[in-house]
Design a protein. Structure first.
Length: 156
């Protein structure tokens, strides 16, 4: 009986490892390559308010969201707000062209084969998670208005 309980516990624990982060959960570590080929860990941003943004160059709503994010980023970046944008593009050339075209000036990393997106169970884009300074999820897919209000609140 004890063996079965241990196996059940391990099974449930393993299921949770690939679960989509939820409000109140700490974000799992992410390590992806940026546009310059440098590996960048999400944990390197600890102490900042971070928006994890899953997007792609071919996604119209993502590209429209970039314009709104640019305004927010420019307004709050010097106050401790950062965006860790994760591209799920099929190739890096389209991704890099979109970064240039949209004049994106925040962190961009590439999720080759969408491994992180699949681990996080991202089923649509744009998809975003707002983290507090400790790395805990405090918002998921917030509207631009709610996102700005939450950022203001967290920066106080």
């Amino acid at each position: 009986m004890k063996k079965y309980l241990i196996v059940l516990f391990l099974f449930l624990f393993c299921l949770n490892l690939n679960a989509q982060p939820d409000i109140g959960m700490y974000s799992p570590e992410i390590r992806l390559t940026d546009v310059n080929g440098k590996s960048l860990q999400l944990s390197s941003l600890k102490g900042k308010i971070v928006l994890i943004d899953f997007w792609a160059s071919w996604c119209g709503p993502c590209r429209a969201a970039n314009k709104k994010l640019k305004k927010l980023y420019d307004k709050y970046k010097l106050k401790g707000f950062e965006i860790y944008a994760i591209s799920v593009d099929y190739n890096t050339n389209a991704w890099k062209r979109a970064i240039k075209a949209d004049k994106i000036n925040w962190i961009q990393v590439y999720d080759e084969n969408s491994l992180i997106a699949n681990k996080w169970k991202v089923s649509y884009i744009p998809n975003s998670y707002l983290l507090n300074k400790e790395g805990k999820v405090v918002g998921i897919d917030l509207s631009p208005y709610d996102l700005e209000n939450k950022i203001k609140e967290l920066l106080q």
